[in-house]
Design a protein around this ligand. Structure first.
Ligand SMILES: Cc1cc2nc3c(=O)[nH]c(=O)nc-3n(C[C@H](O)[C@H](O)[C@H](O)COP(=O)(O)OP(=O)(O)OC[C@H]3O[C@@H](n4cnc5c(N)ncnc54)[C@H](O)[C@@H]3O)c2cc1C
Length: 395
């Protein structure tokens, strides 16, 4: 058989991988198998400009059909990889077809974590992962007076901002003592809370959801564990994701809250690689393994694996990087602030443009910048090197 790369999943990482394979002059067959109906697309706009109706599908797609035709990439949409046979080096698709591979790339992403509470099946309860989800929420916001967002993470807060801009009354229900608790410092959390409050969003922390109340099959509110009812005609739940690792696990590939890869992006099965949100990779910088959910991670792992399939030998060793847009604030974060023992603020949060440095034993382990894009480029270098910098120099 001629060389053939089969890619399971056709999301952001996969779309980038196939383009990089051709850029690396990989001349063999490429088959891209995705279970969604759409060519590989970017998810970040789904909770930003696309949901707000400011851009259309053409701006969300990574590339158009002509790119795949011109580059001889066989795209199979609405198709699932159901099983992997690492010994036979083949995959089985949901229509029964068996496809042999010389290299297999798992790019299956994640799926939303669902809240297992009473009323979860009511109409008006939404989750956000796909284009269809964004279309459903965007349409519902046009006629909805009250929206409850469950989860004060990045996606929840972005949806809150869009809903507010659409004129809805918005409540964010966060179980932790502060929003963005998993990802940012207290300083940045406090700033984002104030930003939303200033736009009229009510943020309720320490709020644990007990159930969804309904009326005639339609959601009418969120019931908290203390019995309080938060009325809402639309509920958007954003409480995290789970890696799509089942086909790997069933094939005997090592998983551990993510498909385990080495620094080259290789799994423990011969010629099977994994990229993007579904992976758990080693981080030399943090001396541990990480599962990241970010475009930067998906893009960089795709570049590394494409180069390795094409015969190079390169390793992934990146500092995590993420951004979010809410109202007129662009928040960029680099590094992981876990366990920091000092923060230094540069700039003026009250003026809406600043950077927070998180330090551990005098070294910069993370930095969060709001509307300070140029400064953030330097932050990426500092956090990437875990540089030792005196607080008065950072401020
Ligand atoms: C609303 C939203 C906003 C976001 N905003 C940001 C942001 O501002 N900044 C940022 O850095 N990141 C953001 N992200 C995260 C970013 O979009 C992801 O990190 C990125 O999409 C990961 O790409 P991926 O290819 O690994 O996974 P995905 O894009 O999820 O693609 C995986 C694809 O594989 C398919 N699939 C799964 N199993 C199979 C199978 N067995 N067979 C065939 N197909 C399969 C899935 O249906 C999916 O289409 C956001 C995500 C969402 C949902």
């Amino acid at each position: 058989m001629a060389e053939r790369v089969v890619v399971a999943g056709a999301g952001h990482a996969a779309g980038q991988l196939v383009a990089r394979l051709r850029a690396e002059e990989f001349a063999g067959e490429i088959v891209l198998v995705g279970d969604e109906a759409t060519l590989p697309y970017q998810r970040p706009p789904l909770s930003k400009a696309y949901m707000a109706g400011e851009i259309g599908l053409e701006r969300v797609l990574l590339r158009n059909q002509a790119f795949y035709d011109d580059n001889n990439i066989d795209v199979r949409l609405n198709t699932r990889v159901d099983a992997v046979d690492c010994d036979a080096k083949s995959v089985t698709l949901n229509d029964g077809e068996k496809l042999e591979y010389t290299h297999l790339v798992l790019a299956t992403g994640t799926r939303v974590r669902e809240l297992p509470v009473a009323g979860a099946g009511l109409s008006g309860v939404f989750y956000l992962r796909s284009l269809g989800d964004a279309d459903g929420i965007g349409t519902a916001l046009k006629t909805t007076p009250r929206v409850a967002v469950v989860g004060g993470g990045y996606i929840g807060l972005e949806v809150a901002a869009i809903a507010r801009k659409a004129g809805c009354e918005v409540t964010v229900l966060e179980a932790m003592p502060r929003v963005l608790a998993r990802t940012t410092t207290e300083t940045t959390s406090a700033h984002m809370t104030e930003l939303h409050a200033g736009h009229g969003v009510w943020i309720c922390t320490g709020a644990k959801v007990a159930s969804f109340a309904g009326d005639g099959g339609q959601v009418s509110g969120v019931v908290l564990d203390d019995g309080e009812l938060v009325p809402a005609e639309v509920v958007v739940v954003g409480v995290g994701v789970l890696p799509n690792q089942e086909i790997a696990e069933a094939a005997g590939i090592t998983v551990n809250d993510g498909i385990v890869v080495d620094a080259r992006g290789a799994t423990n099965a011969e010629n099977v690689w994994a990229i993007g949100d579904c992976t758990r990779h080693p981080s030399a910088l943090y001396g541990t393994t990480l599962r990241l959910e970010s475009v930067h991670n998906a893009m960089t792992q795709s570049r590394v694996v494409a180069a390795n399939i094409a015969g190079k030998s390169i390793e992934y060793n990146e500092v995590p990087w993420f951004w979010t847009d809410q109202y007129d604030a662009k928040l960029q974060s680099v590094g992981i602030p876990d366990g920091h023992d000092q923060t230094v603020v540069r700039g003026d949060p009250a003026a809406g443009a600043f950077t927070v440095f998180a330090l551990k034993a005098g070294r910069v382990v993370a930095a969060e910048s709001v509307n300070a894009m140029r400064e953030h480029m330097d932050c990426r270098k500092l956090a990437g090197a875990q540089a030792e910098v005196a607080a008065d120099v950072l401020a």
